[in-house]
Design a protein around this ligand. Sequence first.
Ligand SMILES: Cc1cc2nc3c(=O)[nH]c(=O)nc-3n(C[C@H](O)[C@H](O)[C@H](O)COP(=O)(O)O)c2cc1C
Length: 387
Amino acid sequence: MSNQQFEPFYDVNLTYDDNYRRGPFGLFAQALAGDDSPAEGATNETSAAGSTAISAESATAASVLGFPVNLPFGIPAGPLLNSRFTTAAFRLGFDLAVYKTVRSRAWGCNPFPNVLAVHPKAADGSLTPGSPELDEGVLADTRYDLPISISNSFGVPSRDPDVWQPDMRDAIAAAGPGQLLVPSFQGSRVAGMSTDEYIADHVTTARLVCETGAQLMEMNTSCPNEGHNRLLCHDPHLVGRITEAVKNEIGERPLIVKLAYFPSDIELETMVRETVGRGTVQGFSTINTISAKLVDASGKQALPGEGRDRSGVCGNAIRGAGLDMVRRLSAIRERLGLDFTIVGVGGVIEPEHYLAYRKAGADAVMSATGAMWDARLARIIKAAIDV
Ligand SMILES: Cc1cc2nc3c(=O)[nH]c(=O)nc-3n(C[C@H](O)[C@H](O)[C@H](O)COP(=O)(O)O)c2cc1C
């Protein structure tokens, strides 16, 4: 089935800069222009899968990290490039909107294209962490079939703080009642930088985020930052040092850490102990994309350029991995008797997936790819669970 029904709010056929300047598109653009009714409450829409009301969620307002939210559902770091995107998300009923990861300095984007559709071999389109398919090659092309799985390869671009700070301030101001803007940031490792300087860069960026009036923030530790495919989150000790320094800077504001998938419970528990256990972190958002070798129909590298033989896969393919990670993190939370928030991310494209994450232990749920391909997703979920 080809997806012609909805125009994604991020246009994968345009460059990142064109999306930043001209976006968002489709229903998001209509919401900004005022052509779409605001988000409050449920609408009478039913899901694309034909679901009617699924009861399981209390209709009373929830709270996330002490902030009231209508429904703990939204869009994670990435697809909401600036305040026009986050404002449109709020208007369409996404009550949590994460402002795309910012840096202490301007940072360029990987060359176009940045998104391709991916087609795992399994009949249900899933990719399992550790499976040989991830190293042998997953077919990637421009056939955006549903249920949607994509790869994204941006390199975490950022505007200069002079540009993103005032824009983030506008984004925060546009949240309606029961809605929350979550800024995302990360450190930038440049050639010749010592570990102390790398830590200091995180602190500087967190301070710049505080200056926008942010009440909380998310720190991304799940994108390659120390060379090909090495993730900061797989060094829990360093994350512990960084979050301690960041927490000293941001004070009482809650700090969420964005994690990639962890294959090992021991490593995951170490992460929890090094952060939550030391009082520096109040929540985790997980998962980010799963790295796979991407090939075209003739088996050649699908994305052009050096260092781009592998790329992160998200959407339908990674839901099983996301649920697995949330279940294991929730079990660790219970076992250690610690109190922290879990934001479940990965492959949410239907109301059932929202509920599955909640059942697995997520306090809040987010969808990047699913929301990009169906801007009605928050409304569909609210209608289905009768909130
Ligand atoms: C277009 C795009 C850009 C992304 N950029 C970021 C980013 O800058 N920072 C980040 O922490 N995650 C980023 N992500 C990852 C998402 O936040 C999310 O963890 C991942 O896509 C899995 O969720 P999904 O299956 O709902 O897409 C991005 C994802 C997409 C689709």
